[in-house]
Design a binder for this molecule. Structure first.
Ligand code: COA
Length: 624
């Protein structure tokens, strides 16, 4: 079989909440449909048109024609997929989880996990860090109660309630490394759900029971006492940091994992971490932060990878569904496994947590006698020590190779674009297309994730932001022979095409997941993989050189996303009313001749946004 194309969808959005509606009946949500075969291939060909050569397109058209022949392979695979859809709750989520996430052998750190950075806290002493962590923990436990009771307000998109399952999956979950494929552990709904969190400080792990014997969660004061005890029993030492193993490439980690679990003490310690409700990472202070841009940059990196083996990368368990991170320097946020939830769910959850932390009631309660938090021990054999040393080298190389730039674009935001009667998201996507074209003199395959949560157990699917319409717009933009009115017309058409695709995707008509489903169907039926999935055009369509995502918070939190692949730009943005927050990240490839530069890209993006505004304002003046 040809290599199954793997791509990762990341990010988050500004999903709104249905006021007053708190309960969701998952079973009432529609099932994910299988799109019509012809529709998918028509759209596929139109996406290819902007990025492949004419002769490649001609060859692909022939293959598609053959595939779609009446009574042919296409119809057979489509029928199989429809049967699978009938027999499963969500056929595309099964494919996505397996193909994109659990079978993916890349490290989860930077290249898969999602982070969120909160606005800076004034923390001066250890005491402040502990207090912040205690408030954070208490707030999440409160949200957990709402998740458990199904009373968290239901998310909504286009007036439709969304699937809330992912909130449940973030809690008490962990990814377990395996050879060739990983698995997921969900403990929230077990017969004996966990009552403890794990805490890591100076790379030493602890179990902290967060419920009193009467079932009430520990108060902020009680948590402060317990966290203080943990900090006092974990001084800085040269102890081996087992957590750093979770930064490794998955097959390497799974082999190391096998060695770790041979020992009974290690097994018990691992089990305590994996089953915990979430993990709290009490980090050392990193570089001094002087201004907001510096905070954002260093904070995003701290959430993404922890700064390397000399800083906080070993003070983590990157396989956990949820890692809560609080630095001694006031940097705080989360890191989460993508396998358990999408960025949009995590961002909503963080918005709830931040809002909840302002609730003063949580802070009242007397401190009772509390059991001492239990320290977790690991027996480090020479082989495990070697695995840890290899992991340190690996993460330090990745940290060094990651280039990340942050921009606060304060010239305009959503309000201006809406006033021009355009979709802000599509407008920004066209600015990205223009920026890329100006730098590289060509269009590239570009992806943006959109939510499938209107369907039961839905995750995300890809919008292909590059189209013939976007190509026509970017090619015309700097052409002195083109009139401004014509450029505006092309921009409007490109935006319309992007909106059309967005609608199709969120309503379950994405081409990427359909094509993947058909290909996996062929594999499942032991057929040879049809030529359309092994030829160059298919590879090019999903070889995203621009991986983008809109991630917008209501409380000023920022998304932290790294590139899935070396050599591509990852752009995450939040479109606020009057400004745009944006981060561009890039992993240096080891052997590429053409290197890219995120600083150049971010500047090009800023220019594109400003030039597009000038065009609209100028044209408006002309029209008047
Ligand atoms: N004129 C005026 N206003 C317009 C407009 C137009 N032509 N088109 C859109 N707008 C408005 C919208 O009504 C909306 O208004 P609001 O601010 O009152 O909510 C606003 O502009 C934003 O709309 P738009 O920019 O078009 O984007 P969107 O909010 O529909 O988001 C996606 C687009 C793709 C991000 C969204 O559909 C989605 O799927 N998000 C989830 C992504 C996800 O799950 N990510 C996680 C991956 S891990």
């Amino acid at each position: 079989m040809g290599q199954v194309k793997v791509w990762m969808v990341k990010s988050c959005t500004n999903l709104t909440l249905v006021a007053g509606r708190t309960r969701t009946n998952q079973k009432e949500l529609p099932k994910m449909p299988v799109p019509p075969l012809k529709q998918t291939f028509e759209l596929y060909l139109s996406v290819l048109e902007s990025i492949v050569k004419n002769e490649e397109l001609k060859h692909t058209k022939e293959l598609v024609e053959e595939f779609l022949k009446a009574g042919g392979v296409g119809e057979r695979l489509q029928r199989g997929l429809e049967r699978r859809a009938h027999n499963t709750v969500n056929w595309s989520t099964d494919d996505y989880l397996k193909n994109d996430l659990l079978d993916n052998r890349k490290p989860v750190v930077v290249r898969s996990n999602f982070g969120i950075l909160f606005t800076r806290k004034d923390i001066e002493k250890k005491h402040d860090q502990i207090r912040c962590a205690a408030e954070f923990i208490a707030s999440i436990l409160d949200i957990k109660t709402k998740i458990d009771n199904n009373t968290l307000p239901v998310d909504n998109m286009e007036g439709q309630p969304l699937c809330m399952k992912q909130y449940e999956q973030v809690i008490s979950s962990c990814r377990i490394p395996g050879l060739k494929t990983d698995s997921l552990l969900f403990n929230a709904k077990s017969s004996n759900p966990p009552k403890h969190i794990s805490v890591v400080h100076n790379c030493q792990f602890f179990v902290l029971n967060v419920y009193n014997s009467d079932g009430t969660p520990l108060t902020v004061e009680q948590l402060c006492v317990q966290l203080d005890r943990i900090c006092n029993s974990s001084p800085e030492t040269n102890l081996e940091s087992v957590g750093i193993l979770t930064t490794q490439q998955r097959d390497i980690w799974s082999k190391a994992y096998f060695n770790v679990v041979l020992d009974k003490t290690n097994r018990e310690s691992l089990s305590a971490i994996q089953s915990s409700i979430f993990i709290v990472c009490l980090d050392r202070a990193m570089t001094p932060v002087l201004d907001e841009i510096m905070y954002r940059k260093s904070g995003i990196l701290q959430m993404l990878h922890g700064g390397g083996s000399h800083w906080n990368s070993g003070n983590r368990w990157f396989d956990k569904g949820l890692q809560v991170i609080i630095g001694e320097d006031g940097t705080w946020g989360i890191n989460s496994s993508h396998a358990t939830a999408d960025g949009s769910v995590l961002m909503n959850m963080c918005d709830h947590v931040v809002a909840n932390m302002k609730n003063p009631q949580m802070m009242q309660s007397a401190v009772k006698d509390l059991p001492v938090p239990q320290k977790l021990h690991f027996n480090i054999t020479p082989q495990i020590k070697k695995d840890i040393e290899d992991a340190k080298q690996h993460i330090d190389t990745m940290v060094q190779n990651l280039d990340l730039r942050v921009m606060v674009f304060d010239h305009f935001g959503k309000n201006f674009i809406k006033a021009k009667k355009m979709s802000p998201d599509a407008f920004l996507q066209m600015a990205l297309q223009l920026a890329y074209y100006r730098i590289h003199q060509q269009c590239c395959a570009t992806m943006e994730p959109a939510s499938l949560r209107m369907f039961r157990l839905g995750r995300v699917a890809v919008i292909h932001s590059n189209s013939m319409a976007s190509a026509a717009f970017v090619k015309a933009f700097d052409d002195p022979k083109k009139q401004d009115l014509e450029k505006v017309d092309l921009l409007e058409k490109a935006i319309k095409e992007h909106r059309r695709q967005t609608k199709m995707v969120i309503h379950g008509q994405a081409i990427g997941i359909h094509l993947l489903g058909l290909m996996l169907q062929a594999v499942g039926e032991n057929m040879s993989v049809p030529g359309i999935f092994t030829e160059t055009s298919y590879a090019k369509a999903f070889d995203f050189q621009l991986s983008t995502s809109q991630v917008t918070s209501k409380t000023g939190c920022l998304p932290c996303i790294g590139p899935e692949e070396p050599g591509i730009y990852d752009v995450s943005y939040s479109i606020m009313d009057n400004h745009i927050d944006c981060t561009v990240s890039y992993l240096e490839p080891s052997n590429a001749c053409e290197r890219k530069n995120p600083t150049i890209f971010i500047n090009a993006m800023k220019d594109a946004l400003l030039d597009m505004r000038t065009l609209l304002e100028h044209t408006l003046t002309v029209k008047l």
